[in-house]
Design a protein around this ligand. Structure first.
Ligand SMILES: Cc1cc2nc3c(=O)[nH]c(=O)nc-3n(C[C@H](O)[C@H](O)[C@H](O)COP(=O)(O)OP(=O)(O)OC[C@H]3O[C@@H](n4cnc5c(N)ncnc54)[C@H](O)[C@@H]3O)c2cc1C
Length: 379
């Protein structure tokens, strides 16, 4: 049977997140956007409220929730501030390779620690020379007896400045291209690991982004997740689980922009009537309503598929690509509805437009999602 109705538990999870946003995020979203500082008090409260590490299994201290429930929370958090939401939600993304590829002992060792005392984890794939083309990564992990020695550099890593753990993807065999990529978990204080300067970004400024350097980082072989060469598959399986969450964040961000635009259109008068009575404006709002709804439905389906154990790569790519485009279009139109005031930092919608842009870039650009969709559905 097909149902679009949330269960009472899902409704209360969504209400919990919505109330958290009203109390803890909305009042400070503009402040952290302006300063670019790490919103530690908000993170601490999100952790205490159970809104962090939601998808880590309960036995390791996480919330034990599925991807769909994670999406319900991501939509709410991003409606409050997409930057704060990104840092909170990406902790789940960074834990996913450990959940999917870790041994019982590795999960016990890292996930329990992450969930036990609000630690951040960084997911390190992108490099200066390898963005969309993940298989081209040049960071190496050379086997030396019972150890690996890692060398290279990672770029644009979310939460890098504040992370205690780094899930790093490196090549253990360059000849094998993507089949030679392996995954490692590194602890922050490991000698040779250093974090670069924080990026000064256009949007999502409350979310930390920085580079990571690996200079002869020596770790024991039990820091490797899965077998040698399992890394690329782990990255792709992680994206299948995390892309619905990015799509949900796009839905939340777009919804916030639509709500501001609707309220403004009802009160702002030009030519003697509220501007919502000009059909050109009401049609912009109607398009927002329809596109946000469509994006949410694609998102829920992609999440539901992976929760039921089915492949969702194509559906997750469609949800992520569509929702990110919707967020960009809706926020741009919200600025349009606000007219000149929309362009001013005194009004909330310009932040939403800046925050939306990165949704079309990270976790696979708009173009890469389309490549994936074509590959999945047309071979
Ligand atoms: C704020 C922020 C946070 C991030 N967080 C993380 C993180 O936590 N971990 C992580 O590993 N990475 C992270 N990233 C990196 C992000 O995933 C990459 O920026 C993204 O994958 C694109 O890579 P690139 O920037 O090198 O662009 P490129 O790959 O160089 O792409 C440039 C342009 O070319 C297009 N393009 C490339 N190849 C093709 C193709 N085959 N066909 C058509 N068009 C193509 C792209 O779509 C894009 O428009 C983050 C980035 C930012 C800005």
């Amino acid at each position: 049977m097909l149902s679009f109705k949330l269960s009472p538990e899902q409704e209360s999870l969504r209400s919990l997140a919505r109330e958290f946003v009203r109390r803890e995020i909305k009042p400070v979203a503009a402040l952290y956007d302006r300063t670019g500082e790490v919103p530690w008090p908000v993170f601490k409260k999100a952790y205490e409220t159970g809104l962090m590490n939601m998808q880590v299994p309960e036995e390791f201290g996480g919330g034990g929730q599925g991807v769909l429930n994670g999406c319900l929370v991501a939509e709410e958090l991003a409606a409050g501030c997409a930057g704060i939401s990104a840092s909170v939600v990406l902790n789940d993304l960074a834990c996913t390779p450990i959940v999917l590829g870790g041994t019982a002992e590795q999960k016990e060792r890292w996930l329990k620690s992450v969930c036990g005392d609000m630690s951040f984890v960084a997911f390190c794939v992108t490099e200066p020379g390898a963005g969309s083309d993940v298989a081209a990564l040049s960071t190496t992990a050379r086997r030396e007896g019972d150890h690996y020695v890692l060398n290279g550099g990672k770029q644009f890593i979310t939460n890098a400045s504040i992370a205690d753990y780094f899930v790093v993807f490196a090549s253990t065999d360059k000849q094998k291209s993507y089949r030679g990529i392996s995954a490692f978990v590194l602890e922050r204080n490991t000698s040779g690991l250093s974090v670069g300067k924080k990026e000064d970004k256009m949007g999502q400024r409350a979310s930390d982004t920085a580079s990571v350097s690996l200079d002869n980082v020596r770790v024991t072989a039990d820091c490797r997740l899965g077998g040698e060469g399992d890394g690329f598959r782990l990255i792709m399986r992680t994206f299948d689980k995390s892309r619905p969450g990015v799509a949900a964040a796009a839905v939340g961000l777009a919804r916030a922009a639509m709500e501001y635009a609707l309220e403004y259109a009802r009160t702002r008068e030009q030519f003697g009537v509220p501007i919502i009575q000009h059909q050109a404006i009401s049609f912009l709002l109607a398009d927002m309503q329809k596109d946000i709804d469509a994006a949410r439905l694609l998102t829920w389906r992609a999440a539901w598929l992976t929760d039921t154990g089915e492949r969702n790569s194509g559906e997750a790519a469609m949800a992520k690509a569509f929702a990110a485009d919707v967020a960009m279009r809706v926020t741009t139109d919200a600025v349009q509805i606000f007219g000149g005031y929309g362009y001013s930092r005194e009004y909330p919608v310009e932040k939403l437009m800046r925050d939306a842009k990165i949704l079309q870039i990270y976790e696979g650009t708009a173009q890469i999602q389309r490549l994936l969709i074509a590959k999945t559905f047309y071979g």
